[in-house]
Design a protein around this ligand. Sequence first.
Ligand code: HPA
Ligand code: ZN
Length: 335
Amino acid sequence: MNAFIQGLPKVELHLHIEGSLEPELLFNLAKRNQIDIPYDSPEALRKAYEFDDLQSFLDIYYQGANALQTEQDFYDLTWAYLERCQHDNVIHTEIFFDPQTHTDRGIAFDTVIKGIVSALKDGQQKLEISSQLIMCFLRHLSEEAAIETLKQAILYKDDIVGVGLDSSEQGHPPEKFARVFEMAREHGFLTVAHAGEEGPAQNIIDAISMLGVSRVDHGVRCVDNEALVAQLIESRMPLTVCPLSNIKLRVFDEMQDHNIVELLRKGVAVTINSDDPAYFGGYMTDNFVAVSQAHLLTHEELAQFTLNAIDASFIGDTQKQAYRKKVTDYLNSVV
Ligand code: HPA
Ligand code: ZN
């Protein structure tokens, strides 16, 4: 089964590029930028990656991002992630970046986006991995700060396909950002939002109705509301689920308890994603393997996660068609 998963073409729709910063690269960047880090080695840092909940992770994640200073740093970060994609047979990826994490400590928006975009262009040319970029607003910060960030994104509209919402869900519901999302949609950005990770099912309902999202990030708490699950099935609203993340942040106690397979079998458009792979113990293949070790899945069901992700992606129909063929060709070649 692991060989099948390794070879399966994959599409990632929920990946925070700052969350792909491996301790080894973090140490190299800190050295290059003469920044002190309160750990003796990458191994010691990795050992500190034990989380009780979303907030305990975010505290360490924002601290780690301090090592990122120059355009080259953002290039190296993104390139390292793309090499992992190549290894995992990820054919397309839509990545999040959090500009406020950087602009708030004096790093220019331009520096961040140029580094990421030039690596993504090289990824397309040298590794044949297609990609899109989604800018997230930090929901623990104010609406005004989000509007300022949107103004900067408008200058880079060609490079950014959509906007999203991440960081602490509790106490920062979708309605806080209804106006800025409306502005974003008026400027032609697609929208997504983290909802129903730690927060209630109501946040999923509100993300759909108040933010006009094309996908819900996480969304696993939908099961608390039967009518919502029925609506998700009916509308084929995609959920970008992150299995290893959910275990690390204790959304579920164990992978056996995870509801992704139950949702798949009910007909919800669930996808598998890695979220913050450097912190949560694995990239795309690791996430697929972890789910399939805890739940008996057929080849067709595993491939369905990729087919759902292709449908949910922000690429054109011709490219979607070509990617669907890659998956069905692969299925036919192994069964
Ligand atoms: N949830 C909310 N905010 C985040 C996450 C997440 O899983 N990862 C990075 N920022
Ligand atoms: Zn996330």
